[in-house]
Design a protein around this ligand. Structure first.
Ligand SMILES: NC(=O)c1ccc[n+]([C@@H]2O[C@H](COP(=O)([O-])OP(=O)(O)OC[C@H]3O[C@@H](n4cnc5c(N)ncnc54)[C@H](OP(=O)(O)O)[C@@H]3O)[C@@H](O)[C@H]2O)c1
Length: 333
């Protein structure tokens, strides 16, 4: 099969289009013929080596986390999927590789594709959808009437998280630049702040939840817009001791993570608010809970650009610029 491979960690390194053997199929795995793959900032960060302490991969590595496709074969212990069915997934860490013609995925990370979406739209959902779900539903337990600040409403995570928070009945504030203000409002955001013109800290007050995806300065300001008892969930760091424990990090990595987040945790404590770091996980069962929200129209995919398979490096470069309006997808079949 054809696949885009990373030979060594390097910033801006081109992925190499190569031939790989078809993936071996485990007993509880499903072989998926990939039709489309979603591109995420995580792919670019892995390529540059930014995650090698947390996710040490062996080279050459087929990159790519998100996919939609058709079941080609199933392992003997697979119960929920049949050959020919349409599926989508965020491939689990250490078993990634969606920038390729096929992938073997554990049944537990897979879900049937929403019926109302094409392959490209479906491939745009899993990683950002699960991130928003794990932040707002699982961690924050966001409730009707609560106020949530979702940074970067025009990005992959932001476009999904705004719609999910509105579906849950929350009041949503977000940031974006002037050109995106109108369409982010149409996604459902109640308060849209042009971050290049206005400082959100002067506008937002007494929030219940912040989904932080930007830099340290933004995080610090976000702590101050929370009401006492509110929570800040960060997906852009710093990692906290719970996360280090969760991934079974070795002693020195745990210590580094404790130190990296100590100032943030101290500031949060002083303000009487909660701080936690989220590193999203693959989950077929949570994707299955997201699917009906898409099929009912409560959440719609937002696609910026679709690149052909041979332009996978251009798709990565586009995402890395940080200006995507929604998601970037590679069409494979
Ligand atoms: N920990 C996890 O599990 C996890 C999961 C998913 C993502 N993440 C991280 O979360 C971050 C966002 O991911 P993403 O996929 O949403 O990224 P993305 O789609 O690449 O975000 C691009 C968007 O961000 C907006 N933006 C850039 N700077 C901004 C700022 N200072 N304030 C407000 N908006 C800004 C841009 O809008 P303008 O062009 O208008 O500036 C653009 O629309 C990344 O760092 C990613 O690695 C972490």
């Amino acid at each position: 099969m054809k696949a885009f491979l990373l030979d060594r960690y390097a910033k801006n390194a081109s992925l190499r289009l190569g031939d790989m053997p078809e993936p071996a199929l485990g007993e509880d795995e499903v072989l998926v013929q990939i039709h489309a793959a979603g591109v995420n900032v995580l792919d670019a960060k892995i390529r540059s080596g930014g995650f090698k302490q947390i996710l040490p991969y062996r080279m050459p590595l087929v990159l790519g986390h998100d996919l939609a496709g058709v079941v080609a074969r199933v392992g003997p212990r697979v119960r929920q999927f049949k050959v020919g069915e349409e599926v989508y997934s965020r491939a689990p860490d250490f078993h990634i590789g969606s920038f390729a013609e096929s992938i073997a995925i554990k049944e537990s990370a897979l879900a049937h594709k929403p019926k109302n979406l094409g392959m490209e739209e479906a491939a745009s959902i899993p990683l950002v959808g699960l991130t928003a779900w794990q932040a707002l539903v699982e961690k924050a337990k966001l409730k009707k009437g609560q106020k949530v600040f979702i940074q970067a409403g025009s990005g992959g995570v932001g476009t999904f998280a705004i719609q999910l928070a509105k579906h849950l009945g929350a009041i949503v504030a977000t940031t974006t630049s002037a050109a995106n203000v109108d369409w982010v409002q149409r996604l459902g955001a109640d308060v849209v702040i042009d971050y290049k013109k206005d400082d959100f800290e002067n506008i937002l007050r007494d929030y219940d939840v912040v989904l932080n995806s930007q830099d340290g300065k933004t995080l610090e300001k976000s702590l101050r817009i929370l009401k006492p008892g509110g929570q800040l969930i960060s997906i852009s760091g710093p990692p906290d001791p719970h996360f280090a424990k969760d991934i079974g990090a070795p002693g020195f990595v745990r210590l580094v993570m404790r130190l990296l987040s100590s100032s943030t945790r101290r500031k949060a404590k002083r303000l009487g608010v909660g701080y936690s770091f989220l590193f999203m996980k693959a989950s077929g069962s949570q994707l299955r809970q997201i699917t009906p929200l898409i099929e009912s129209g409560a959440i719609r995919p937002v696609l910026d650009k679709v690149f052909p398979f041979e332009s996978t490096n251009d798709a990565m470069a586009y995402v890395e610029k940080g200006r995507a309006k929604g998601k970037v997808v590679i069409k494979i079949k």
